[in-house]
Design a protein around this ligand. Structure first.
Ligand SMILES: [Zn+2]
Ligand SMILES: [Zn+2]
Length: 237
């Protein structure tokens, strides 16, 4: 069980099953140390409108011992790497995740080069904290190029537990995770392990890593201390 989980969806996403209150209550019960509320950006079907993310300021940043980050999982919507949440709103959040998704305006049947450049442009043109599920079967990328760019802009790359659970028997997907860890270790780029929970019982559950014998070097693995420092720097801006 990870005590830090920076990628969690609530019913606001339109396809997840728990309220923010349930997410906080469960996280407290499981003695989580830090969670982030990261619903999908508005261009995904049935996702919340952009102003929803402004309202996240109403939620306390700490409940008991639990640290709660206001965040989003913005959609990368074109090959220029544009996001679907205005920059003024992103600035007010504690954590900005961006990723390429189906059921959004992102073009269909894109090439590896196009996906790679789209993510690189998103990294260059926004203040991102995390790229979610950087390599996906539907949207493959050149991992090395993205890792190098993430390093230049201090962006964290994610190991997405939800996708890993779905594709645990797909050797190509598992190999790509290993390749990402390898490249991140060489280029000293941080990795975060996130549940991408759409259901509270997924929060903090990373057992699949052990099952697949996936190991991340400690020095590039995001932990509570690292996040607190990063957050302080972000809030100062
Ligand atoms: Zn996602
Ligand atoms: Zn997600």
């Amino acid at each position: 069980m990870n005590k830090l989980d920076l990628h969690i969806h609530s019913i606001a996403s339109g396809h997840a099953f728990n309220t923010v209150h349930e997410i906080i209550t469960y996280s407290q019960k499981m003695k989580m140390e830090m969670i982030a509320l990261t619903d999908h950006g508005p261009s995904m079907k049935r996702a919340p409108h952009a102003e929803y993310f402004e309202m996240l300021n109403r939620i306390p940043r700490k409940v008991g011992q639990l640290e709660i980050l206001s965040g989003c999982e913005a959609n990368i919507i074109d090959l220029k790497g544009s996001l679907d949440i205005p920059k003024e709103i992103l600035k007010k959040l504690d954590l900005v995740i961006a990723g390429i998704h189906k059921l959004t305006p992102y073009p269909k049947s894109t090439t590896i080069n196009e996906n790679t450049n789209s993510i690189i442009n998103a990294i260059r043109n926004n203040e991102l904290d995390i790229i979610s599920h950087p390599w996906r079967l539907e949207f493959p990328i050149n991992l090395k190029q993205v890792v190098i760019e993430a390093g230049k802009y201090n962006v964290i790359l994610e190991i997405n537990i939800s996708l890993l659970k779905i594709y645990k028997n797909n050797q190509k997907v598992v190999n790509k995770i290993q390749e990402m860890i390898h490249e991140c270790a060489i280029h000293e780029v941080m990795i975060v392990v996130s549940s991408d929970a759409h259901w509270i019982y997924e929060i903090g559950d990373v057992a699949i890593l052990k099952e697949l014998n996936i190991k991340i070097p400690k020095k590039i693995l995001v932990n509570l201390k690292y996040m607190k420092k990063r957050l302080n720097e972000r809030r100062k801006k």
